[in-house]
Design a protein. Structure first.
Length: 135
């Protein structure tokens, strides 16, 4: 992603909100302490970083409808990825997980605000969504 828009170290959220990437472009590969990996892909309306930004952030894709509680104001794409990494590495299994999905939750500080977050991963080890839970 570094070559997009001429930035040396761009924020993935900024790129996705300005460039139409194929849904299978890998934004980040995240590994836990058991050497298990998940992929955060560009995605679309249904999964991945595009879904997360469009549904759970007020900072990007301003014309999209939101669902749930948005991330703290000013949260960057890099901070979202760090939150996903933290939940993947330290999160506990969420009993509300359904079907073939792996659902984890954990407290994370995003942009200086600590809350509980849920991470949903499909059977192909791809991030479906990541969002803030109601208190």
């Amino acid at each position: 992603l570094a070559s997009y828009l001429g930035y040396a170290n761009p924020d993935p959220a900024f790129i996705l909100s300005n460039v139409n990437l194929h849904k299978d472009v890998v934004i980040s590969e995240i590994e836990n302490d058991k050497n298990e990996k998940i992929l955060l892909k560009a995605g679309n309306e249904s999964f991945g970083m595009n879904h997360i930004l469009k549904r759970h952030s007020k900072n990007y894709f301003k014309n999209n409808s939101r669902k749930g509680i948005p991330f703290p104001e000013g949260t960057s794409g890099k901070q979202i990825i760090q939150g996903i990494e933290r939940v993947y590495k330290f999160g506990e299994k969420d009993p509300k997980g359904k079907g073939n999905y792996k659902v984890l939750k954990h407290n994370v500080s995003l942009n200086g605000e600590e809350s509980s977050y849920r991470l949903v991963i499909n059977e192909d080890n791809e991030v479906i969504t990541f969002y803030k839970l109601k208190k």
